[in-house]
Ligand binder design. Sequence first.
Ligand SMILES: NC(=O)c1ccc[n+]([C@@H]2O[C@H](COP(=O)([O-])OP(=O)(O)OC[C@H]3O[C@@H](n4cnc5c(N)ncnc54)[C@H](O)[C@@H]3O)[C@@H](O)[C@H]2O)c1
Length: 434
Amino acid sequence: MRNITVIGTGYVGLVTGTCFADLGNRVVCLDIDEAKINLLNSGGLPIYEPGLEEVVRRNVKAKRLSFTTSYVEGLKNSEFVFIAVGTPEGVDGEADLRYVRMAARSLAEVMEHPLIIVNKSTVPVGTGDWVADIVNKYKKVDVEFAVVSNPEFLREGSAISDFLSPDRVVLGSLSQEAAEKVAQLYLSLRTPIVITDLRTAEMIKYASNAFLANRISFINEIANICEALGADVKEVAVGMGYDKRIGHHFLDAGVGYGGSCFPKDVKALTHMAAIHGRHPQLLRSIMEINRHQRRLVIQKLRTLLGSLQDKTIGLLGLAFKPNTDDIRESPAVEIAHLLMNEGAFVKGYDPVAMGVATRVTPEIELAEDPYDLAKGSDAVVVITDWNEFKHLDMVRLKTLMKQPVMVDGRNIYEPQAMKAAGFTYRGMGRGYNR
Ligand SMILES: NC(=O)c1ccc[n+]([C@@H]2O[C@H](COP(=O)([O-])OP(=O)(O)OC[C@H]3O[C@@H](n4cnc5c(N)ncnc54)[C@H](O)[C@@H]3O)[C@@H](O)[C@H]2O)c1
């Protein structure tokens, strides 16, 4: 059993802390957001993540997991401090590191015994070096510490199993001893552990996310060519994916990637490259194609409906992907704004992201369920491929709509079946059925 502190109790921090507690460690999750900590201390959960509530409850009950806003209390017995604060997009596409700086300074000021500081936030290459500088500058007691980079690869929606069964754990440090101590925390997961230097570990995270975003933009580019030439991208992806060198993952054409990671991470990597005099053309194309996919939805609607002014468009799904309530950088948000700019009324429905949507995008009128969304709509656009959308009663949906127009931004329906149900249907890159 180890004593671990996790700074930042968001999607990554809460899952990390909870899972480390479940592995038998004593964990304190620390956040400056009092409302979040109060909610956790009263048994609530600030985010939706399948299975998380039960694991949190079990570990709180076993007294292995606790929550605080106090750095003094949080670091009292700590041997490992994980930094898992947000690193959102800055004004120029760079990662905004103010929360990492604040966390490093706050922990340095209360540090009274040797610590291993583990950076789990996604941070630009070189950040680990200056985190050490900040800690040296602000520490009040002369104690030893080491900085280890341990980027996180979990996916919202399957975060617990991703954390507990990762494809690999990446650790980077200038101290082999510190990296090996952090490796011990993961040993029971029986997963490959890559130990390297700080900068290389930081780059592995960015390169991985950029590669996955690249696959999505690649298949979207192929989808657009399919559409022009009459081929079906869904079947193209299946045919490609059987090639072991390619694989099936991340080859779903649609309205593009969103969320709190890919958009900002591809941008931040591009920024890093550019300010060091490199020309990241591929990264720029990934972002351009992704942006284009969202605009394509508007073009499709315009082709089908004519002017969008006064039209009512229903967005089926608001979260950036299924099984999460996260709508950060969700295609739904940008598509809604593009539609509103053309004078359309936008309604939305999502199985779990409605609460978040009310706060973040109050301009989208929320519907009670997919049928309520369809009521009076001139078109429905599928934004998120939630399972519950895959088997809707299409006859009922159609009779409720003003016009039976469906733009399937995730290709979850079959064009022939939709046509047979009486819809004017457009998928993304579906060849003859475009
Ligand atoms: N969300 C994901 O799926 C995911 C996956 C892998 C990596 N990451 C990376 O992990 C990091 C965290 O992402 P997230 O989605 O969990 O963010 P989040 O916004 O959900 O949570 C961040 C938390 O940090 C807290 N915080 C900010 N400054 C603080 C400080 N000085 N002291 C204590 N707490 C502070 C905030 O109040 C917030 O609760 C980011 O760098 C992100 O890129 C995220």
